[in-house]
Write a protein that binds this ligand. Structure first.
Ligand SMILES: *Cc1c(COP(=O)(O)O)cnc(C)c1O
Length: 360
């Protein structure tokens, strides 16, 4: 068996100890004589799995008491609609468009009310994050929306916009649990888990209690009402049981890594290895503006599409998988999530060095 260094943007690499534990518990989860994917979500055993997962997540992120944690289906994309439906009391929302994901969310919001684009970086292929100091939220805005880490373009907000009393809503899909975060600065934090947390099939919504309301847009489907999910402990219907179980194992693993402080430090070190190489390379260059670079997704190019293709093909022979950039931008992208070991980044940098010598 060979494990490759998997740089996929998502679904993505998971920690080996988590996969091993899941394998060991596959046929008989803790003496139940069945796997977690075979048991009732109404069983005591599963209730314990979801409760423990939530408690560990709260612990890791330091989620305040007045925030609810919801485990929902439909990925992050379903929340593009659920957010305006649940929050558009005045029918107005502000958006910052810093990449494909915030652009999609903005487009979706326009279906449900007035969505204002306060700033966009599309003029330079989303290679930077708009200046948050220049942001002035609309007086009647129900929320300001950002995508904190744009997975495709490899940019991240190092500073959050000041929104006063207007709740800040952030899509953190690709930077979930990558470093410490002050939850109290946000109204709603949410993300699909398949980037940095677990298998596909689940989004986690962390919402301040006063934003979980009865008076949502009237046509909001039952299942998209955060209130429904909050009142039912995320089990109004059958949840993504197995995915929640794996996320729970990942939360335990993160605690063993020193929590978000510990993993954040390692993530910054891994990213520095790659960026330091890119900054001195004569062949490769990073495409995101230096001040806005993500420590999770690192897009880069040679400047020559044929050479990029050659790099991607040869990388596969060095156990470097899924290094191709998103189809919308081309080039390469290394997603170096929590579970990517430092050795994986070292192997990538070593191969890039070799490739540069051979193709100078
Ligand atoms: C992948 C991704 C999404 C979409 O997630 P789905 O779960 O596939 O809907 C949304 N936002 C960001 C930032 C992403 O990286």
């Amino acid at each position: 068996m060979t494990r490759v260094y998997n740089f996929s943007a998502g679904p993505a690499v998971l920690p080996v100890p988590v996969l091993e534990q899941a394998a060991a518990e596959m046929l008989d989860y803790q003496g139940t004589g069945m796997s977690v994917m075979e048991m009732s979500h109404r069983s005591k055993t599963f209730q314990n799995i979801i409760d423990t997962a939530e408690a560990d997540l709260r612990d890791l992120m330091g989620i305040p008491e007045n925030y609810k944690v919801l485990f929902v289906q439909g990925g992050a994309t379903t929340q593009f609609a659920a957010i305006p439906m649940n929050l558009m009391k005045n029918g107005v929302a502000d958006y910052i468009v810093s990449g494909s994901w915030s652009k999609k969310a903005f487009k979706e919001a326009k279906m449900y009310g007035t969505a204002n684009c306060l700033a966009s970086s599309e003029d330079e292929t989303f290679s930077y994050v708009p200046d948050v100091d220049a942001i002035k939220v609309s007086e009647d805005a129900d929320y300001l929306y950002i995508c904190q880490n744009e997975t495709i373009y490899g940019t991240v907000y190092h500073k959050l916009p000041e929104t006063g009393d207007v709740p800040l809503v952030a899509d953190v899909s690709s930077c979930f649990l990558s470093e410490p975060i002050d939850v109290s600065k946000y109204g709603v934090i949410y993300g699909g888990v398949q980037k940095n947390v677990g298998p596909a099939g689940l989004a986690i919504v962390i919402a301040r209690e006063d934003l979980i309301r009865e008076d949502v847009l009237e046509y909001t489907p039952t299942l998209l009402r955060w209130k429904t999910m909050a009142d039912a402990g995320s089990m109004y219907n059958t949840p993504a049981c197995y995915t929640i179980y794996i996320c729970g194992l990942v939360f335990k693993w993160l605690k063993e890594q020193g929590g978000l402080e510990g993993i954040g430090k390692r993530n910054r070190e891994k990213a520095a290895l790659l960026y330091d190489f890119l900054d001195q390379s004569k062949l490769f260059s990073g495409t995101a503006r230096k001040e806005d670079r993500s420590i999770m997704n690192v897009p880069f190019v040679t400047g020559d599409a044929d050479l990029d293709a050659k790099f991607i093909a040869e990388a596969a022979e060095h156990n470097i998988a899924n290094i191709k950039g998103h189809r919308s931008v081309g080039g390469m992208r290394a997603s170096i999530y929590n579970a990517m070991p430092r050795e994986g980044v070292e192997a990538l940098v070593a191969f890039m060095e070799q490739f540069e010598k051979e193709n100078a």
